[in-house]
Design a protein around this ligand. Structure first.
Ligand SMILES: C[S@@+](CC[C@H](N)C(=O)[O-])C[C@H]1O[C@@H](n2cnc3c(N)ncnc32)[C@H](O)[C@@H]1O
Length: 164
């Protein structure tokens, strides 16, 4: 019913309060379930379209390992698997356990032999880890802001050390 009504106006199915991301909303819009914050779409809406445009510029033949910083509802995982037929390894990192629970419970993002999800601060993660990836997708927001640390030179240097 919510899905049908959402063709007339957006219908919020669920709200969750997160200490990290503030108020999170799972909303149906034009029959599609998406994850929003107070001021931004996080997953399965306009942001997914932008990420898909970026991914359409990537040559996937040599991509075996993908690192995603910022899981959200996991829409980029869905795009990689369904739209770009990517079957390699994905490691996703997010700081917010409520977001990780939403991805799993509301958007069916299931960990498996080729998908791992870590609850970790991405800034610390790239400092501590040394496993290399062929593609790193950085999608780190708190509401509609990218935290300052992700504009720092040190973060960029740490990222470049992790990319093949
Ligand atoms: C726009 S959402 C990501 C959407 C996701 N890429 C998708 O495809 O659905 C931004 C995410 O960045 C995460 N985030 C923000 N700061 C972070 C940090 N310091 N470390 C890890 N994740 C962080 C938020 O918890 C949020 O889930």
């Amino acid at each position: 019913m919510k899905k049908i009504l959402s063709y007339i106006w957006p219908v919020t199915a669920k709200t969750i309060d997160s200490d990290t991301n503030g108020k999170l909303e799972i909303t149906y819009y034009n029959g599609k379930k998406m994850l929003n914050t107070k001021d931004a779409n996080y997953s399965y809406g306009s942001l997914q379209k932008i990420l898909e445009y970026a991914l359409s510029k990537i040559e996937f033949d040599n991509v075996k390992h993908v690192l995603i910083l910022g899981l959200g509802g996991g829409s980029v995982i869905s795009s990689l698997r369904k739209k770009f037929d990517f079957n390699g390894d994905i490691q996703a990192v997010d700081i917010d356990e409520k977001i990780i629970a939403i991805a799993k419970n509301d958007f069916d993002i299931c960990t498996s032999h080729n998908l791992t999800i870590s609850k970790y601060d991405a800034y610390k993660f790239v400092k501590k880890n040394n496993k290399k990836h062929d593609l790193i997708i950085i999608d780190l927001f708190i509401n509609n802001e990218v935290p300052d640390q992700f504009y720092s030179v040190i973060f960029c240097e740490n990222i470049s050390k992790l990319v093949n």
